[in-house]
Design a protein around this ligand. Structure first.
Ligand SMILES: Nc1ncnc2c1ncn2[C@@H]1O[C@H](COP(=O)(O)OP(=O)(O)O)[C@@H](O)[C@H]1O
Ligand SMILES: [Mg+2]
Length: 253
C-alpha cells in the first residue's frame, strides 16, 4: 500500500442560503491522493467537485472532517499545493511573464533575475516562449490556460489540483493541452509528485488518470473507483478505452 500525500478524511460540506436553507454538497468523503499518482475524480455538474478541490487546497474549511497534507492537517492555502481553476484567472494588467513571476513573490530567497529566469523556463515548457511580454487579453483561451499551468508549476508544488482545466478551451486545443500534461508527467525531474484532475468529462478522465473516483450527484458521495491500466498516450477509439468509459458511466448512473 503506498502512502497518501493528501488525504480527505470524513469531509462533509454544506452551504447555507440567505433564506436559511441548507445545501448539502459533500457527504462523508474519504479520499487519498497517493505519491506519484494521477487521480481523476468524475462527477456531474453541480455535484460538488469545485467545492471539494477548494477544500483540498485549503481555500474553504469543510463543515466537518479534515484534510491532511503529508499527515499534517491543512488550515489554509500552502505553496505545496497548486490549484488550477476552471476559468483561467490572470491579471489582465500584467504581462504573461509578470503573471507567472507573481506566483514566486513568497520566494524571498530568489533574486529578481532568478525569478524571471525561472518564470521564463516554465513558460517555455508550456510552449509559450516568445509570449512573455504579451497581455492576457491578447491570448486565446488555450494559451491563457497554459499561462495558468506555468504559474501553477513554477512554485514546484508537490500536488497539482486541476478543476476542469480543458472545459473552456476549444476541443482541438484541449487535445494538445491534455497531451502536454501527459508529457509533463513523463518528465521525471519535474514536480508535482501527484496530480488530481476533476471533471464531468468521462473520456478526459479516462485518458489521463491512473485511478478514477466516481461521485454521485449532490450531495456527492463516492460511488466507486476504477483503476486504469493502459499505456499512454491512450487511444480513445480502442475497445479497452470504451470498456473503462462504460464502467465509469455504469457507476455514475
Ligand atoms: N458559495 C456557495 N454558496 C452556496 N452554494 C454554493 C456555493 N458554491 C457552490 N454552491 C452549490 O454547491 C453545489 C456544488 O457546486 P460545485 O462544487 O461548484 O459543483 P461542481 O464543481 O461539481 O459543478 C451546487 O449546487 C452549487 O450551486
Ligand atoms: Mg466545478
Amino acid at each position: 500500500m503506498s502512502e497518501a500525500i493528501l488525504s480527505v478524511v470524513n469531509v462533509s460540506h454544506n452551504f447555507y442560503t440567505k433564506k436559511g436553507m441548507t445545501i448539502e454538497v459533500l457527504k462523508n468523503m474519504n479520499i487519498s491522493l497517493y505519491y506519484g499518482e494521477f487521480l481523476g475524480i468524475v462527477g456531474q455538474s453541480g455535484s460538488g467537485k469545485t467545492t471539494l478541490l477548494k477544500i483540498m487546497a485549503g481555500l474553504i474549511k469543510p463543515t466537518s472532517g479534515s484534510v491532511f497534507y503529508k499527515s499534517k492537517p491543512i488550515n489554509g492555502p500552502t505553496p505545496a499545493i497548486s490549484l488550477v481553476f476552471q476559468e483561467p484567472a490572470l491579471f489582465p494588467w500584467l504581462t504573461v511573464l509578470e503573471n507567472v513571476v507573481l506566483a514566486l513573490k513568497r520566494f524571498k530567497e530568489l533574486s529578481r533575475e532568478e525569478v524571471v529566469e525561472r518564470a521564463r523556463s516554465y513558460l517555455d515548457m508550456v510552449g509559450l516562449s516568445g509570449f512573455e511580454s504579451v497581455y492576457p487579453g491578447e491570448l486565446s483561451g488555450g494559451m491563457k490556460q497554459r499561462v495558468v499551468l506555468a504559474r501553477a508549476l513554477v512554485t514546484n508544488p508537490d500536488v497539482l489540483l486541476m478543476d476542469e482545466p480543458f472545459s473552456n478551451v476549444d476541443p482541438l486545443t484541449a487535445v494538445s493541452l491534455r497531451r502536454e500534461i501527459d508529457m509533463l508527467r513523463a518528465h521525471e525531474t519535474l514536480p508535482p509528485s501527484s496530480v488530481l484532475l476533476v471533471s464531468h468529462n468521462v473520456e478526459e478522465i479516462v485518458e489521463l488518470s491512473d485511478r478514477v473516483i466516481v461521485l454521485s450527484g449532490r450531495p456527492a458521495e463516492i460511488k466507486g473507483e476504477v483503476k486504469i491500466s493502459m499505456e499512454k498516450p491512450r487511444d480513445r477509439r480502442s475497445p479497452l478505452f470504451y470498456e473503462y468509459v462504460d464502467a465509469i458511466f455504469t457507476l455514475m448512473s
